[in-house]
Write a protein that binds this ligand. Structure first.
Ligand code: NAP
Length: 294
């Protein structure tokens, strides 16, 4: 039986990865930080999946080598801090695995996104360079926008975390007519599991570019599905630049809604074309579920 280690399995994406891996029949391993490992409520879903638990930390090389040494493949689903993920790259190189899915990929396709404009993406790019230099058997999955981060906020990243449901007030960036692409966390996990079974996906990048829609059309779709009428404020590209200067992480709003970088066609193979048997959840069906919860 193939064994898979997930680092970040208590998180938003990692918890879907853990469920998908268990469904896949993998021997599931997780690495969790000491404080998390003693939190019964946070650990229960992983215990219910029958996961073997390794206590460690992304910053603790020895704990990583011990856990990585027990598995065939590793999925990292943490927020990338450069030093931390570089430690994992070293551990994967030293312990040796048949496949490594670094968290560096869970965002924009590097071939589409302009370097030097979004700090977290530049960190991910540096990690990916280290993965390639170490000649690891990687598969990088570019996801573009997650449903929970972008669809549930009607494309207004500044609203993330305020509610799991679309907001009653939303900012429309630029003219609202630039397309972007989105995918549910469950579908990201399904693509990852499929790619892990694909020998051609070793040392390769895969891009998920599904559910292409403009911000105006997404807000209109939510209105139609929910019968609600969020108040829409408009922000010009110039005003957005002022906001980004004060909060650089918001450069993602520029990438999505001004430059359209998540909807650009690149040479990176697209998951739906590579694996036509996979069916992706639509934004409309996600909105129907959210409207039922309002
Ligand atoms: N494209 C998009 O729209 C989008 C949206 C969201 C996220 N992402 C990307 O998806 C990936 C996962 O993000 P997420 O939102 O799922 O993350 P998250 O919910 O914040 O979860 C992070 C996970 O990493 C664990 N973790 C944090 N620091 C750690 C450390 N030092 N050692 C070991 N484990 C550690 C956390 O464990 P604890 O339980 O101990 O805290 C948690 O399980 C990231 O690469 C992120 O950039 C992309």
């Amino acid at each position: 039986m193939t064994s898979t280690l997930i680092i970040g399995a208590t998180g938003l994406l990692g918890s879907e990865m853990a469920k998908a891996s268990a469904r896949n029949g993998d021997n599931l391993h997780v690495l969790v930080r000491p404080a998390t490992s003693s939190n019964e409520e946070r650990m229960r879903p992983l215990k219910d999946l029958g996961a073997a638990v390794h206590v460690g930390d992304l910053d603790d090389y020895d704990s990583l080598v011990r856990a990585v040494g027990k598995v065939d493949r590793v999925i990292s689903s943490v927020h990338v801090g450069s030093a931390s993920e570089m430690t994992l790259v070293r551990a994967v190189r030293d312990a040796g695995v048949s496949r490594y899915v670094p968290s560096a990929g869970f965002g924009l396709d590097f071939a589409a996104a302009a370097p030097g404009t979004i700090q977290p993406l530049d960190i991910k790019r540096a990690v990916f360079d280290a993965v390639r230099q170490a000649d690891l058997p990687y598969t990088v999955i570019y996801t573009n926008g997650f449903f929970s981060t972008w669809v549930a906020t009607l494309g207004d990243l500044t609203r993330f975390g305020s509610s799991p449901l679309p907001p009653d007030e939303v900012t429309l960036y630029g003219a609202g007519n630039v397309p972007a692409t989105f995918v549910s966390e469950k579908d990201i996990a399904a693509v990852t599991m499929r790619a892990l079974e694909d020998p051609n996906a070793v040392r390769s990048e895969i891009r998920i570019a599904q559910n292409k829609i403009t911000q105006s059309a997404m807000i209109e779709l939510w209105r139609r599905v929910s019968g609600r009428s969020p108040h829409v404020k408009q922000m010009s590209a110039e005003e957005l630049e002022t906001m980004i200067a004060a909060a650089p992480g918001l450069g993602l709003l520029r990438a999505f809604w001004i430059r359209g970088e998540t909807a650009l066609e690149t040479a990176t193979p697209e998951a739906g074309a590579l694996y036509p048997e996979l069916k992706f959840e639509s934004i409309e069906s996600a909105f129907v579920a959210m409207a039922g919860a309002v």
